[in-house]
Write a protein that binds this ligand. Structure first.
Ligand code: C5P
Length: 238
């Protein structure tokens, strides 16, 4: 799995946080598959379904299907297999679904010729320490992130979604190279929107991130192609 952790090709994964397929298609026409991969999340998928995923793949893009599956092992395994059969490049599940669920997901995607990268969400970054207590979790946010990351690694997943601020720690914890997918990325000088602890693309990759999930700084730009080209040239030497 190590050699699959960071494949050749773009490190930027653009979050298509649109509420309709037309906007996603229009964005895909404005940029190019050599410059970025694309993330389809719950909103776009629920509105536009597998068809938009197939169309974007047909246009040459690698797709991260960000549906964060969390259910009984059989259901998650079947959903992951459906994603793998669709041919997506990356899919994710919640580590808190437990070891049996994670192993079932792993086994399910390995059944296809070219399995997608299988990534775990540890703790949602929207959760506070108070939220953890309410859920019955003991310990700090960091210790819970680490415990869930170890669970994912032991189940044979490829890596985790995390903040770039956790990347160095998680690469060390993982032992072998982990596939670390990091949102909360802002090119120098761009608006924070609702993100707070951000890193630039260059800083995040240096810290150990494998792929950078970036949405509004690119999708909301007057010239998305120019922003992408600038990010790619900034990280080209890494
Ligand atoms: O527009 P922006 O660059 O903030 O988009 C980031 C993307 O990453 C969004 O799709 C968001 O849901 C996702 N994300 C995040 N923070 C996390 C996990 C996921 O911003 N902790």
């Amino acid at each position: 799995m190590v050699e699959r952790t960071v494949a050749k090709g773009p490190r930027v994964v653009v979050a298509l946080d649109f509420d309709n397929a037309d906007q996603a298609r229009a964005f895909a026409r404005r940029v190019r598959p050599e410059l970025c991969r694309l993330k389809v999340g719950k909103e776009l998928f629920t509105r536009a379904g597998p068809r938009v995923v197939q169309e974007l793949m047909g246009a040459g893009y690698d797709i991260f299907l960000d549906l964060k599956f969390h259910d009984i092992p059989t259901t998650v395994a079947r959903a992951c297999r459906a994603a793998a059969d669709m041919g997506v490049w990356m899919v994710n599940v919640h580590a808190s679904g437990g070891g049996a669920m994670l192993r079932a997901a792993r086994d399910a995607v390995e059944g296809v010729a070219k399995p997608p990268l299988l990534i775990a969400v540890t703790l949602l970054t929207s959760l506070s320490l108070d939220d953890l207590r309410e859920l019955g979790y003991a310990g700090s946010i960091e210790s819970n992130v680490q415990r869930l990351a170890i669970l994912a690694r032991e189940a044979g997943l490829d890596g985790v979604v995390c903040s770039a601020h956790e990347a160095a720690m998680l690469q060390t914890l993982w032992g072998t190279p982990a596939c670390l997918v990091t949102p909360g990325i802002r090119p120098a000088g761009s608006a924070l929107n609702d993100q707070s602890r951000v890193m630039t693309p260059h800083e995040a990759l240096k810290a150990g991130a494998s792929y950078l999930v970036i949405g509004r700084p690119i999708t909301g730009a007057v010239d998305p192609l120019a922003v992408l080209a600038s990010i790619n040239s900034d990280i080209a030497a890494l």
